[in-house]
Each structure stands twice: as C-alpha cells, then as structure tokens.
Design a protein around this ligand. Structure first.
Ligand code: EPS
Length: 351
C-alpha cells in the first residue's frame, strides 16, 4: 500500500534531477530551507571528490505548491546539475550531437557497468554509468526532507552517525583513514546508524509480508547505491533468547523497557521504542588504482575505467538513509491517519 510515493529521473552529468511526489495532503507548508540544509549535509562529508566543489545543491519546487502550501496535486522537485555546462555536448539528448568523447568500454568490477550493459544492450558504458551514479541520491534526499517535515508535525525526529570507516572504528581517525586510502588510489566503505524517535506504536503490520515495516525499511536502505547490509536493532547472532528480547516492566502504569535490542520493531510494527537502523556501505568501485577487468568492445583483459570520483561517501550515505527511512515512515503515518488535507490528518492523529 502506497500513500506517499515518488519517482525520480536524471543522469549524473545531465541537466538536472527531478522527483515527482504523490500523496502529500493539501495545506502542508513545505520549508525549502530545510530541504536545502539536508542537501548540504549530504554534500559535505569528508572524502568526496572534485565534483562537490562544482555542485551547490539547491531545490526548486516546480509544481504542487501555491503560496507556500501544497495543493494535494503532485509536487515536483528539481535540482540543477551545475556540472552540466561542462557536459552539454556529451550528454546531449539530440542525435545530431553524437560524440564518442567520454565513452568507455572497460567495466568497473563492482559497478553496474557489466550487468547493465548486457541488460540494456549498450557498448558505451557511459549509458549505464550516468543513471547508476549515486548523484541521483541528491533528489532522493530532497524528497526525504519533505517526508521529514511531515514527520516533524508528529514530533518524530531523526539523527545519524558514522560507526566505522574501513577498518577504523575510532571517530578521531576517520579522516586520516580516508586520506591514506586516497593516497593509495583506493576507496573505503563503512558502517553508520540512523535513529528515529517518538514513533507511534503500530506503524507497519504483521498481516502480510509486504506490510512489515522492517521489510520495507530494509528494501529502502538496500536500494541506496553500494549498501550491502542492513541491520534492524542489535544483530541477534550469538545471543540467547533470554538475553536478546527486551523485557517489559511497569512504571506508574506505563509499559517500559530497559533495553532496545529489537530496534523499535516487533512483528513488523513499531513498538514505541526508538527505531534503530544500521547499514554497511561497500567501498566505491571506481578506483584510481584500477582492478583487472575486460574491455567489452575489444574483448581483451585490461585495467578498469577510472574517472574523477569519491574516496569515501559513507557520511553522504547516512544522510540518504535518513531520507529513505523518512519516506517509508511518512507513508505509514499517512496511511494510518489518512486524509486529503493536513488538518484532517492532524485531527485523526489527535483522536
Ligand atoms: C559518482 C561519481 C562522482 C561523485 C558522484 C557519484 O561524480 P563525478 O564522476 O561527476 O565526479 O561525486 O556523486 C555526486 C555527484 C553526488 O552529488 O553525490 C558515481 O559514480 O556514483
């Protein structure tokens, strides 16, 4: 069941990125500054490459809002790619502009190049790189920032933090770890945590596989480029049942827990505790010191394609994950307290 849904479009070096969001009730005030703050957080992590000096992500609202408030119609968001001015010919939509400049045929192991080129029958791997690029997470963060604003109306808030970069779990050494990897032409992944608090009990459901909130969150996080692991709450491996499950106590007639190993979800539903999600991002597969690969045109072994990229994007990934989870939660809130205008939803919530 979808109430808050969206589609995005846009290539990494194309004109820009667009999202159409459907399901935002009428009469909701969208704060553009709040969206731009999250866009800047996504851009500012340590370990990004030269592209971040070019882009200054700012969102524009193209439809669905009048005088600051939503109309109930689809809301369109747009972010310009400032780098497009350097790629206009290469990324042209017109047949007559055809050029082989910046085309490449040497697969990057770990990227979408190989399977994507087989699937879409492309020999210029740029036709795969452009959309499989993590650039598109900018517009996803913008959509998530709108979802966060909906959640804020219900006093639901979130934060994220980095747990590990490469092999290093000591915050004070993260930057030097990234510097070392950069020096060797290598890249690093890492682990981060996202926490949402003050969620009402009963978002999601156990009645069908596709309504379980943990399943929906796992899908939303796993679809962020390079994410390979999602954990909800504490990893249960090795715990006994008596140690793992969060016992219940009464405090002045209120049910309380002293632990939150479940990470705020039991039976596919929120249980009123903090929602705690951890995820692991793999190292970025575009390497300055390239891996062995095959050239898809010459069908010869060679070194993988390299072009300007990031050394580490785990900080950005954590901001993207906040956005993704916010969209899943906003959908659940709108389903549970549904209405066509925001006043109606708040009334349903307060009942
Ligand atoms: C990316 C490669 C780099 C990143 C980009 C994602 O871009 P470029 O090849 O233009 O240097 O900077 O990320 C962004 C542009 C962004 O906004 O996050 C990739 O191949 O996935």
């Amino acid at each position: 069941m979808e109430k808050f849904r969206f589609l995005t479009s846009g290539e990494s070096h194309g004109k820009g990125l667009t999202a159409i969001i459907e399901g935002i009730p009428a009469g909701f005030e969208i704060d553009i500054n709040e969206i731009n703050k999250d866009l800047q957080r996504r851009q500012s992590g340590y370990g990004r490459g030269g592209r971040m000096q070019i882009e200054k992500d700012n969102v524009e609202i193209l439809s669905g809002v009048r005088f600051g408030k939503t109309l109930g119609s689809p809301v369109t968001l747009f972010i310009e790619n400032k780098d497009f001015k350097n790629w206009e010919k290469i990324m042209s939509t017109k047949m007559e502009d055809f050029t082989e400049e910046k085309s490449f045929s040497k697969y990057r192991p770990g990227h979408a190049d190989f399977a994507g080129s087989e699937k879409y029958n492309q020999k210029d791997l740029r036709n795969i790189l452009e959309r499989s690029s993590a650039r598109k997470t900018a517009i996803e963060v913008a959509v998530g920032a709108v979802a966060k604003q909906i959640l804020n109306k219900f006093s639901i808030s979130c934060y994220s933090e980095i747990i590990q970069i490469g092999n290093c779990a000591d915050k004070k050494d993260f930057h030097s770890e990234i510097d070392k990897a950069k020096e060797f032409g290598d890249t690093l992944g890492g682990k981060f945590e996202v926490v949402f608090s003050n969620l009402p009990i009963g978002l999601g459901s156990f009645v069908h596989w596709d309504r379980k909130l943990d399943g929906r969150i796992a899908q939303a996080i796993m679809s962020i480029p390079a994410v390979k692991v999602v954990e909800i709450g504490e990893n249960p491996l090795g715990y006994k049942g008596s140690e793992y499950h969060d016992q219940m106590f009464l405090d002045n007639g209120k049910i309380v827990r002293k632990t939150n190993h479940a990470g705020g979800i039991e039976g596919g539903m929120t249980n009123g505790e903090n929602l705690v999600i951890k995820a692991v991002m793999k190292p970025i597969p575009t390497l300055k010191k390239p891996l062995n690969t095959v050239d898809c045109i010459k069908m010869q072994e060679t070194e993988a394609h390299f072009e300007r990229s990031d050394t580490c994007a785990v900080e950005a990934c954590a901001v993207v994950a906040e956005a993704r989870i916010a969209c899943v939660l906003a959908n659940e809130i709108l389903l549970k307290f549904g209405g066509d205008n925001f006043e109606e939803i708040i009334r349903n919530y307060q009942k």
